[in-house]
Design a binder for this molecule. Structure first.
Ligand code: KIV
Length: 289
């Protein structure tokens, strides 16, 4: 069986110039397919709120939701490094509460690491987790849990002040002990600058070509019910949503026109059973005493 990558191996990929392929997954079959396809890390993103649970934002996603989905993913991809997002506000009530919540994700969910959105302001929490043996990935740029504060899903780091702050945050995250940093929707030059300035790998989504790895949302990659917003940074590799819709409408039509089930889908009685039943059972039209 394939072995999950370790943190030192993930870090070494940056040094060796080997790109890291990360993908989100939220359930058993998606995780199984991701592992079979060779992804390096699976992220149970709180994007599950949008693409699986149908919320407008990631804010309603709970710790129990994350743990429930993490367990399914771990069963589907036992040979892959599994990272789980800490959901909204579960790491903002101090280092001890953060440790309690992250420990539940590891112990009950079976994740190998957690991811948190934020910069230098999370240094204490990151130190607390890493000193307790919980590996952490940072997340900078567009941080969807702060969508109301940011004012929408916009590219970050466009002006100099914002860019300098993000660079400082990346250094602070590294200093605090993260083993990788997700950069979401930041300008290409800023992503390049961050990637050069830290020794831990950067994993981009909408952050251009210079990151050490890339991450995409599963449902975007295969267009599985996720075509609501057109996202320029997504490459769609298959249109599974269309395939599923066509299959289901054919099924509905077959049922309505009585084309399904056909004879071959049913279970005829075998001859011996028919004879035995005919003589003894009212069910099959035989006489009863
Ligand atoms: O929740 C998520 O899926 C994420 C990725 C977009 C990085 O955080």
């Amino acid at each position: 069986m394939r072995q999950a990558l370790t943190i030192p191996k993930i870090k070494a990929m940056k040094a060796a110039g080997k790109p890291i392929a990360m993908l989100t997954a939220y359930d058993y079959p998606s995780a199984m397919l991701a592992e079979e396809a060779g992804v390096d890390m699976i992220l149970i993103g709180d994007s599950l709120g949008n693409v699986v649970l149908g919320y407008e934002t990631t804010l309603p996603v709970t710790l129990d939701d994350m743990i429930y989905h993490t367990r399914a993913v771990v069963r589907g991809a036992p040979g892959t490094m599994i990272v789980t997002d800490m959901p909204f506000a579960t790491y903002r009530l101090g280092p001890e509460e953060t440790l309690r919540n992250a420990a539940r994700i590891m112990r009950e969910g079976g994740a190998h690491a957690v991811k948190m959105e934020g910069g230098a302001d999370l240094a204490e929490e990151i130190r607390r987790l890493t000193s307790a043996g919980i590996p952490v990935i940072g997340h900078l740029g567009l941080t969807p849990q702060s969508v109301h504060q940011i004012g929408g899903y916009k590219v970050q780091g466009k002006d100099r002040w914002e860019a300098e702050r993000l660079l400082e945050d990346a250094k602070a995250l590294e200093q605090a002990g993260v083993f990788a940093i997700v950069l979401e929707l930041v300008t290409e030059p800023l992503a390049a600058a961050v990637t050069k300035s830290v020794r831990v790998p950067t994993i981009g989504i909408g952050a251009g070509q210079s990151c050490d790895g890339q991450v995409l949302v599963y449902h975007d990659l295969i267009r599985y019910g996720s075509g609501i917003r057109d996202k320029r940074f997504v490459k769609t590799y298959a249109n599974v949503g269309e395939t599923i819709r066509t299959a289901i409408s054919e099924y509905v039509n077959d049922v309505k026109t009585r084309s399904f089930p056909e004879d071959k889908h049913g279970f005829p009685l075998d001859d011996e059973l028919t004879k035995a039943s005919a003589s003894s059972s009212r069910l099959y039209g035989g006489e009863t005493k």
